[in-house]
Design a protein around this ligand. Structure first.
Ligand code: ATP
Length: 357
């Protein structure tokens, strides 16, 4: 399906790459999140798609049409791409319907057609009863929905969203996430959503591109990123848990491999090359009186219905969840339930919790 493609796209600022050889294919109708730490290049990739920046190398296509390469550069207004900014960017003197109608007026669409399309866009975003209000009379979430309606009314081939919920409080973010998901289901639009909040990315997107230093580290479904991270960066950046170097390991056979880590032989999941690390998620760490790993509790925090416990075992920090508060300094026996083993000889780890907003 002809969606949005990036082929070897690079962008330099004063000789420093903000994007470094991006290769990615986003299918028509797919909801993709760009996730990564500050400065990794998410916004640059979005701006390049919108036509606000020109790539120094590579090609961007949408629906099979070249938007930018060494010889072609389609200006933003001719790209048929909609953008929703963090700051809403609404006209303060126009009412909701006036804001939504504006892109159609610019295109010279007849009044009756405009009216129909504005009504449809307001309906899709749940704003029909706010048509005559001024932006100043709306909440942050409602303003963001106006921006979404304005983007949608022009019937874009792709919708680009740049941290659209960053200005909203936590409760409203949850509600708006549902609004975005519903919007995507109803319109089937191709959506690219920039965020540094992994909860948002994992909740909303069909696939997430985890970026670091201008590169895509892994581009996969949320559950794949969590269960089978490709390298230490992704393992440490996405989700909770521990990334532990293995001392030695066998070769994976039929999706299983035995590794030596934490002073133990550990049965792990894995395929491909001989693993160098394991990623141990909290739910893979069991408190088990028959377990072969001895660990000491170093912290315990309540997380609503359960406690998050940090444990020190053989010089590594493991995380698990328990139903009853654990005592600091308490010694526990643990067993591991098939952590994920992967090969990353370079092995740079993201700072744990970096992605948590
Ligand atoms: P954030 O989450 O903080 O918004 P980001 O992942 O969106 O970050 P970008 O805004 O794409 O990151 O920036 C990528 C890199 O390019 C950064 O190092 C940034 O300082 C640099 N950069 C971005 N725009 C410019 C510019 N106009 N001139 C010079 N450097 C820039």
């Amino acid at each position: 399906m002809a969606g949005l493609t990036f082929s070897n796209v690079s962008k330099l600022y004063a000789g420093t790459p903000a994007l470094d050889g991006i290769d990615a294919e986003i299918a028509k109708g797919e909801f993709v999140a760009l996730l990564g730490p500050s400065g990794c290049g998410k916004t640059t990739l979005l701006r390049l798609t919108a036509g606000f920046e020109m790539p120094d190398r590579g090609r961007v296509t949408l629906g099979g049409r070249v938007l930018a390469d060494g010889t072609v550069f389609v200006p933003p207004e001719d790209r048929n791409v909609g953008i929703v900014f963090q700051s809403y960017a609404l006209w303060p003197h126009k009412c909701v319907a006036g804001n939504v109608s504006y892109p159609l007026e610019v295109r010279g669409i007849a009044a009756s057609e405009r009216k129909r399309r504005v009504a449809e866009a307001l309906e899709l975003t749940g704003l029909s009863s706010f048509a005559d209000r001024a932006p100043a009379q709306l909440s942050g979430g409602q303003r963001q929905r106006v921006a979404l309606a304005r983007c949608l009314v022009a019937d874009p081939q792709a919708v680009l969203l740049d941290e659209p919920l960053a200005n909203l409080d936590l409760a409203l973010r949850g509600a708006m996430q549902e609004a975005f998901a519903a919007f995507h289901r109803r319109t089937g639009a191709t959506m690219v959503y920039v965020t540094h909040d992994q909860t948002e990315a994992l909740a909303l997107a069909d696939r997430v591109a985890v970026m670091e230093s201008g590169r895509i580290r892994q581009f996969a479904a949320p559950e794949t990123l969590y269960d089978q991270p490709q390298d230490c960066f992704v393992a440490g950046f996405v989700g909770d848990g521990a990334v532990v170097k293995v001392d030695r390991a066998g070769t994976p056979v039929d999706g299983e491999v035995v590794v030596h880590a934490l002073g133990q032989e550990i049965e792990a999941r894995g395929h491909g090359m001989t693993p160098t690390h394991i990623c141990i998620r909290p739910e893979q760490v069991r408190v088990d009186s028959d377990g072969s790993i001895t660990a000491r509790v170093t912290s315990c925090t309540y997380q609503g219905g359960r406690f998050r416990v940090s444990l020190e075992a053989a010089g590594e920090t493991l995380i698990t969840h328990v139903p009853i508060r654990a005592k600091i300094g308490e010694e526990l026996r643990l067993s591991l339930q098939y952590p994920w083993a992967f090969c990353d000889p370079v092995g740079t780890t993201a700072i744990p919790g970096q992605a948590h907003a």
